[in-house]
Ligand binder design. Structure first.
Ligand SMILES: [Mg+2]
Length: 424
């Protein structure tokens, strides 16, 4: 049986989840991003507009559907550093896309409606669509909240029309259960499937065979290969290599000479559409982390309380993630990005595994002592790595390691106090 691997990508996933509850926004430019959700504010406004209480008998869902469009906030005049996570296709027509700053988007399309992110809702739909897939085709690999790889090879009917029939069935089943659309690429491997799922977005199916390499894959930009990032792409362009076909025309040894042994060899294989990676059903996480970008850059001294509170919250969130997914880890780390965009990380490895918020906070606090806190901070993150399934860790040889010392705050070369966050 020839390998048939599908890559399924939900269409504008976050935005589509929002449009399910606000169908009145369908067809309008809507962007998701920025701060917390303000749905209750919308309901408050609604009640103020209809004080006679005509809404009280409606179900919550129906109320949301009846919020007039002009009650939703627009991005016009937005100031701040919020970034777009997803834009509806109507918004994309204005040149708006994921990862774009909201201020820039506000210039391109001031009338776009801005909705805050609601990860709980997206995770709910994520679980739903994935369980529909595994009911039909059990070999599925998670690739994040809105995309998966699926191995069609041995699924009954998985070879029909190169996988198109099964892709259509999955697409239809997801739509019927959730109202959400997705796009699917079916190909001989993950590498090409991932490219193919973009060919006919939204709600499209693309089937690629090995023989289609020259006509469908080689004309694409190198950047379309999952694994060619902006840096590699720039270097390739410097050599006059723009398309995957250009890349395939280079000798492997030339690529190795210029891009290193493993990356060069991989580039060669990728350009010829070769990829043996299996669809892995259970990918174990290596680490879990939470980070936040501040509305304004914060300073360790002047914004001590705010920073301390955020820091503690991040630690609690990571601990909650660990508990919910049943992991513990022993490498605790922090990440900081300064106002000049320079990033630093520090970590510390414990003798024992933990998922305890207080302990994570304590060790992360120790890590923070080791970085320069005289600069203003733009982003703060906390990470727990070296994960194992909770309860499976071998007991350490030493029954108990020394508790981390509680150094007094240190003064750096500039005479500024370095550790200023309150420790638990
Ligand atoms: Mg997607």
């Amino acid at each position: 049986m020839p390998r048939r691997i599908a890559h399924l990508d939900m269409d504008a996933f976050y935005a589509s989840c929002e449009l399910l509850r606000y169908p009145q926004l369908k067809g309008l430019p809507v962007v998701i991003g920025g701060g917390r959700r303000k749905e209750d504010d919308l309901l408050g406004k609604l009640q103020a507009a209809y004080p006679d209480g005509e809404w009280t008998e409606d179900s919550f869902v129906e109320r949301l559907e009846r919020i007039p469009v002009d009650f939703f906030p627009c991005i016009e005049g937005y100031t701040g550093r919020g970034v777009i996570t997803t834009a509806t296709y109507a918004a994309r027509q204005f040149g708006i896309g994921s990862a774009m700053g909201l201020m820039k988007a506000a210039k391109l399309c001031p009338q776009a409606i801005l909705l805050p992110v609601d990860f709980d809702r997206y995770r709910h739909f994520s679980r739903t669509f994935k369980s529909i897939i595994t009911d039909i085709a059990p070999v599925m690999q998670d690739r994040g909240v809105d995309e998966v790889y699926i191995d069609f090879t041995d699924v009954p009917g998985g070879q029909r029309e190169g996988g198109r029939v099964l892709a259509r069935l999955i697409q239809k089943s997801i739509f019927e259960a959730t109202g959400l659309t997705c796009s699917v690429g079916v190909a001989p491997n993950k590498l090409i499937a991932k490219m193919a799922s973009e060919f006919h977005k939204p709600n499209g199916i693309s089937v690629v065979h090995e023989a289609d390499l020259q006509t469908l894959i080689w004309p694409l930009a190198c950047r379309k290969i999952n694994g060619v990032g902006p840096k590699a792409d720039e270097k390739l362009k410097g050599f006059g290599i723009h398309t995957i076909g250009d890349l395939a025309a280079r000798e492997q040894h030339w690529l190795v000479e210029n891009f290193g042994k493993s990356y060069g060899a991989w580039l060669h294989e990728a350009s010829w559409g070769r990829d043996d990676r299996p669809v892995e059903t259970e990918s174990e996480p290596v680490s879990m982390s939470r980070e936040t970008t501040f509305e304004r850059d914060l300073h360790a001294v002047r914004d001590r309380e705010e920073l301390g509170a955020v820091f503690t919250r991040l630690c609690q969130q990571v601990a909650t993630d660990l508990h919910r997914k049943g992991y513990e880890g022993k490498t605790i780390g922090i990440k900081l990005r300064y106002d000049n965009f320079q990033a630093v990380t520090r970590d510390q490895t414990l003798a024992e595994y933990t998922a305890d918020a207080k302990q994570i906070r304590q060790i992360a606090g120790q890590c923070l002592k080791r970085v320069d806190l005289s600069r203003r901070i733009r982003l703060l993150g906390v990470r727990v790595g070296s994960l194992v399934k909770a309860g499976t860790a071998q007991p350490p040889i030493a029954a108990y390691s020394e508790p981390p010392d509680q150094d007094p705050p240190q003064v750096n070369d500039h005479g500024q106090t370095q550790l200023l966050f309150p420790l638990d």
